[in-house]
Design a protein around this ligand. Structure first.
Ligand code: MN
Length: 252
């Protein structure tokens, strides 16, 4: 059997300590190649560069910095660096949680989804901003040991969040809701012209609904959420007759 090939990336940038931690633990499971953004690209979701030249800097030791987004990194990693499909695409370890609706904005999660679209087994990892990466590494190691024992249907990834302290265990979790406060802040620059800053000073408030990612990780567990790319709502798709009555009933 050929050695397992693992592509890793993140959205915090190629020099983020979380990427080192992920590379270290992933190297126990195969050959690891890291292709990560050359700057912080947090909250770019699945953005792809269509009108920019992309540069790739070889940092040595199977590590590359790319001028693009996390999704660009996955595509360039697979097509230009590895030149074959990796077995795993792992993203992280993100500095800060990706819980609830964070997953729509997260570049960490976007990269994992791209890995899954490219045919790899994929997971995104995030840790509490006060979390200990060494502890995170140990738990991600345990997670990866079992990674291939539980198959997901196509177009699914695992979204893993690690708590602040020593985890109590793994917990399968759904997706919570969160609210940000002071979402847009307006200030004045030195010339008295207003400017805006997205994301206020207060962090998000999570609903912490039972069984959700936020409840799991905030009560000390490693939250493990299966996420799907297909966002269509089965409960609404089951209402075809009602839909036709409303949208096609009086149509001429
Ligand atoms: Mn980030």
């Amino acid at each position: 059997m050929t050695e397992r090939l693992i592509l890793i990336t993140n959205d915090d940038g190629a020099w983020a300590p979380g990427l080192d931690a992920l590379a270290r633990v992933a190297s126990r499971f195969g050959r690891v190649v890291a292709v990560a953004p050359d700057r912080n690209r947090s909250a770019v979701s699945s953005a792809m560069s269509l009108n920019d030249v992309l540069r790739l800097q070889d940092l040595g030791g199977d590590r590359y910095a790319c001028s693009g987004t996390p999704v660009d990194c996955v595509l360039i990693g697979i097509r230009a660096v590895l030149k074959r499909e990796p077995d795993w695409v792992l993203s992280g370890i993100n500095h800060g949680y990706n819980l609830g609706e964070d997953v729509f904005y997260s570049g960490t999660v976007g990269a994992a989804f791209e890995g899954c679209l490219q045919g790899a087994r994929a997971a995104a990892f995030s840790i509490d901003t006060r979390g200990d990466l060494a502890v995170g590494e140990t738990w991600i190691g345990t997670f990866l040991e079992r990674f291939e024992s539980m198959n997901l249907p196509p177009n699914r990834i695992w979204n893993v969040n690690l708590p602040q302290g020593e985890p109590k265990g793994f917990r399968l979790s759904s997706q919570d809701n969160r609210k940000y406060h002071d979402m847009v802040e307006e200030r004045l620059d030195p010339r008295r012209t207003p400017y805006f800053w997205i994301g206020g000073e207060m962090g998000p408030t999570y609903s912490k609904g039972p069984g959700t990612d936020a409840e799991s990780v905030l009560s000390g567990y490693v939250s493990v959420s299966p996420l799907r790319l297909d966002l269509a709502c089965p409960e609404v798709l089951g209402r075809g007759a009602e839909f036709d009555g409303i949208f096609n009933g009086n149509a001429r």
